[in-house]
Design a binder for this molecule. Structure first.
Ligand code: WQD
Length: 339
C-alpha cells in the first residue's frame, strides 16, 4: 500500500482528498499546523473512511520540524502539497507573508522529497496562474498573464519551482490547476470551515442564507459578461479530490507522458455570480438577501476551463452539477449550525 503525505490535510480540499485517497487504497498521513484550519475536521474524515488519520502539527516553513515527519515515516512514497494561504484579498494587503509562507513551505517540502528520495509529487496549483486570459476557455497551454494578486503570483512561482525541481531530476510531478472548488462531501461530515468572514462566493451565500451574515454583496455587475457579474468555473470539491487520486495513480503507474504534467480541473462550464445565486435559491428554496456592490480589486472578469486533457489523460470525469454543488454546500452549512 502506498503511503502519501498530504500537507494541509486539515484544509478544505486536503480533507476531501484524504477521504478519496483512503477509499481508493492509499495510506495517508497529514501535515498541517492548523494556523488556517481546524484539526477537528479529521474526525469527520475518520468517520467516513472508518480509520484514524494521523496529523503532524508542523510548520512547513521550519525545515528541521518538517524533516522529523519524514524521519518518522520512511515509507512515504508520494506527496500532495496543499498547504498555502489562499485569500486573494489578504494577499494584496500582506504580500510578504504570502511569499514567505507559500514559497518557503514549498521549498522545504521539495527539499524533503529530494533528501528522502520521494519521487511522486502533486502540486496544488490554481486557475489564478492564468491571470485575466485573453480568450476562454483556457487550456493548459494558454499563456499565463501577470497574476492579479500576490496569491496568484505564489502559484505561478510555485509551478516554476516545481518544474525546476523536476529538471534537476529529483521528482516526477503533476500540477493540478483548480478552478473554483465549492460544495462538500455528500455525508455532510466534512466541508469548508471559513475563518472569519468568508471571502469566497459560496460560503458567503450559505452564511447569508442561514443568517450568520446579514447580507452579502455581489462585487460588480458592470462587467462584460452575459449578466454583468464575473464568470467562474465552479467545480465540486469531491471531483477535485478524486483528480488527486487519479494523478497519483498516473505517477505510480509511470503513465505520465511528460514531466511535469499539468491539468486544468474545472467542469468546462462557466457560471456568473448571479447565476450561482439563482441556482442556490432554486435548490435551497431560500431567497438570498444580497446587494450589488463595487468591483473587487484583483478579480478576473471571466475564466473557465477546457478540461479535455484531464478527461483523456487522467481519465477524470466531473460528476456534480451546479445545483448539486449548491445543495451540498447548503446541507453543510445546516450541519454546521447543528454542531
Ligand atoms: C468568485 C466570484 C467575486 C464573494 C478563488 C480562491 C482562490 C483560488 C481561485 C484556488 C468573484 C464574487 C465573491 C462575495 C462576490 N482557489 N464574490 N461576493 O476570487 O475566483 O478565487 O478561486 O486556488 O484561492 O479565492 O473566488 O469565490 O472569492 O470569487 O460577488 O461575497 O464571486 O467577486 O467574481 P475567486 P471567489
Amino acid at each position: 500500500m502506498n503511503k502519501i503525505l498530504v500537507t494541509g490535510g486539515c484544509g478544505y480540499i486536503g480533507v476531501h482528498t484524504i477521504v478519496d485517497l483512503v477509499q481508493n487504497g492509499y495510506e495517508v498521513i497529514s501535515v498541517d499546523n492548523n494556523s488556517r484550519s481546524n484539526i477537528a475536521i479529521l474526525e469527520g474524515a475518520e468517520k467516513i473512511v472508518g480509520k484514524k488519520i494521523k496529523n503532524y502539527v508542523v510548520d512547513l516553513c521550519n525545515l528541521k520540524d518538517t524533516e522529523m515527519v519524514f524521519e518518522e515515516n520512511k515509507d512515504i512514497t508520494g506527496i500532495i502539497h496543499f498547504a498555502a494561504y489562499k485569500a486573494v484579498g489578504e494577499s494584496v494587503e500582506k504580500p510578504l507573508m504570502y511569499y514567505e509562507n507559500n514559497i518557503g513551505s514549498l521549498v522545504n517540502i521539495l527539499k524533503c522529497a529530494e533528501k528522502y528520495a520521494i519521487s511522486n509529487f502533486v502540486f496544488s496549483s490554481s486557475c489564478t496562474v492564468y491571470g485575466n486570459p485573453d480568450a476562454i476557455p483556457v487550456t493548459e497551454e494558454t499563456p499565463q498573464k501577470p497574476a492579479e494578486s500576490p496569491y496568484g503570483a505564489t502559484k505561478q512561482m510555485g509551478e516554476v519551482i516545481v518544474c525546476d525541481a523536476v529538471k534537476s531530476n529529483t521528482i516526477q510531478a503533476i500540477l493540478l490547476r483548480y478552478f473554483n472548488p465549492v460544495g462538500s462531501h455528500p455525508s455532510t461530515l466534512i466541508g469548508e470551515i471559513p475563518l472569519g468572514r468568508p471571502a469566497n462566493l459560496v460560503p458567503a451565500i450559505t452564511q447569508t442564507a442561514i443568517g450568520k451574515l446579514p447580507t452579502m454583496h455581489v462585487w460588480g455587475n458592470d462587467y462584460d459578461t452575459r449578466d454583468g457579474s464575473c464568470l467562474r468555473d465552479y467545480i465540486h470539491v469531491c471531483d477535485i479530490a478524486h483528480a488527486h487520486t487519479l494523478a497519483l495513480n498516473l505517477l505510480f503507474g509511470k503513465q505520465n507522458k511528460v514531466n511535469p504534467e499539468i491539468f486544468n480541473l474545472g467542469t468546462g462550464d462557466g457560471f456568473t455570480v448571479l447565476e450561482v445565486i439563482h441556482a442556490f435559491e432554486k435548490t435551497s428554496g431560500v431567497k438570498l438577501n444580497y446587494t450589488v456592490g463595487p468591483r473587487r480589486g484583483g478579480d478576473v472578469v471571466a475564466i473557465y476551463a477546457n478540461n479535455n486533457k484531464a478527461k483523456t489523460e487522467l481519465n477524470w470525469q466531473p460528476k456534480y452539477s451546479l445545483d448539486q454543488m449548491m445543495d451540498s454546500a447548503w446541507k453543510w452549512e445546516l450541519a454546521l449550525q447543528k454542531a
